[in-house]
Write a protein that binds this ligand. Structure first.
Ligand SMILES: *Cc1c(COP(=O)(O)O)cnc(C)c1O
Length: 415
């Protein structure tokens, strides 16, 4: 008889998550998750928590959309729910300027594909009804590009990422929403990286009928809890009239457990699938933290600390090409050019979790999710400079230190 080999209990170290996401889960969120009692998905406080989450999420997202709730899973679970109303043959224009909008466009092509389109290229279908507009890595999707594509193709749906985390570029959702309104197009937005970081309110963008985000970036919750989504009445009536091919990610059916029934808020939810009291408790605490911090205040804090990180890595000879406030995407100085992946691996081996870009050209990504203090930014810069020098960059860490002092005059006394 062979003895079953049981590995020792899994131990995972504490690391500094200084990438595009997941962020550093707030200690309050972890405590809420760990302290939740054992309770099923129809227990009264779990259902009440889901109702409170739904109401808090509407505030965090600045919307009166009734169909605003969390989809169990990751960002792409929320996006799958967002794209569920796209049916085979639907005309779609998708703007792509990096890794994530590229995956979103694949997901859209899969939804719009006919059986023949799928058979022709099962993993990467290319239905003729979907137009993908590619904007080069490192650039934003501009008003001119959006207007030209919507005017030419007159689609039913248009898609864009708000903040493209792959290349660290923000896209113009004002122009996107306005163009969608002008051309009678239903806009869909991937707000995975912007929710909880940028100061925006859904209801200011009436051309956008559906939004999806994720638990673990700006929202500060645990991965695999709830991906926020929000749908306008126009999206929902289109869905009512046309249906979709999903039970689990059906926006109307999934909303029922969040007590959104027949287009109205109900007193309590009804069963859709087995939700987790732990996940609900974590999401609830994350949303409370977001509301306590305040949307505008949080956005200002990100802008301030991103500016400090940007100034410090620039002082170290790096060239920053991003314009997001939760992330810097940079080219290394000439002495280290071509060694981006090695540098990232070295940092990661020191439990300092930064990232390369996942599409070409290879750049380095350093994020500051839930690292909003001069001490945290100073720590990130210090670790980064140390690894640069370990690899022979020969940079003066004092230059970065002085750049930080200039950014934080009140907190850091000049030497
Ligand atoms: C992170 C990210 C995703 C994917 O989210 P997962 O939680 O990994 O599924 C999608 N879009 C954007 C813009 C992202 O930043």
């Amino acid at each position: 008889m062979t003895e079953a080999v049981i590995p020792p209990q899994l131990a995972i170290p504490e690391t500094l998550a200084a990438g595009p996401g997941p962020g550093n889960t707030d200690a309050r969120v972890l405590a809420a998750f760990a302290n939740a009692g054992l309770a099923d998905h129809m227990q009264a406080d779990v259902l009440r928590g889901m109702v409170e989450c739904k109401l808090m999420l509407r505030k965090v997202w600045g919307t009166r959309n009734i169909h605003t709730f969390g989809v169990a899973g990751t960002g792409f679970s929320g996006l799958d729910c967002l794209f569920s109303a796209i049916l085979p043959g639907d005309r779609v224009v998708a703007f792509v300027n990096g890794t994530f909008s590229g995956i979103d466009a694949l997901s859209i092509r899969m939804k719009a594909a006919s059986r023949e389109d799928l058979a022709a290229d099962p993993m990467n279908p290319k239905p003729a009804s979907v137009t993908v507009v590619n904007v080069p890595h490192g650039q934003s999707v501009t008003e001119e590009v959006i207007e030209a594509a919507l005017a030419e193709h007159k689609p039913l749906w248009a898609f864009m990422a708000h903040w493209e985390t792959g290349s660290g570029r923000t896209n113009d959702i004002r122009a996107f929403s306005d163009a969608c309104e002008r051309h009678g197009v239903m806009g869909l937005v991937d707000a995975v990286s912007s929710l909880g970081v940028a100061d925006f309110a859904i209801d200011d963008y009436p051309g956008v009928v559906g939004w999806a985000s994720c638990p673990q970036k700006g929202v500060l919750c645990l991965p695999l809890t709830y991906a926020p989504v929000s749908f306008s009445d126009r999206y929902i009536s289109h869905l009512h009239a046309n249906g979709c091919h999903s039970y689990v990610h059906h926006p109307v059916l999934e909303a029922r457990h969040w007590a959104i029934i027949d287009g109205k808020d109900a007193a309590a939810g009804s069963y859709h699938r087995t939700h987790s009291g732990y996940a609900v408790a974590a999401f609830h605490e994350a949303l409370r933290i977001n509301l306590q911090h305040g949307r505008a205040e949080k956005a200002r804090d990100y802008a301030r600390h991103e500016a400090a990180l940007r100034a410090a890595v620039t002082a170290l000879g790096c060239d920053v090409t991003s314009d997001m406030t939760s992330l810097v995407v940079l080219n290394l100085p000439p002495a280290l050019a071509g060694r981006e992946k090695e540098l990232v691996q070295t940092c990661r081996a020191r439990d300092f979790g930064i990232w390369p870009t996942l599409s070409e050209p290879v750049q380095v990504r350093i994020g500051i999710l839930n690292q909003l203090s001069p001490a945290a930014i100073t720590d990130i810069v210090g670790r980064f400079a140390a690894v640069m020098n370990e690899m022979g960059a020969g940079v003066d860490p004092g230059l970065a230190q002085r750049a930080l002092q200039a950014q934080y005059p009140a907190e850091m006394a000049a030497e």
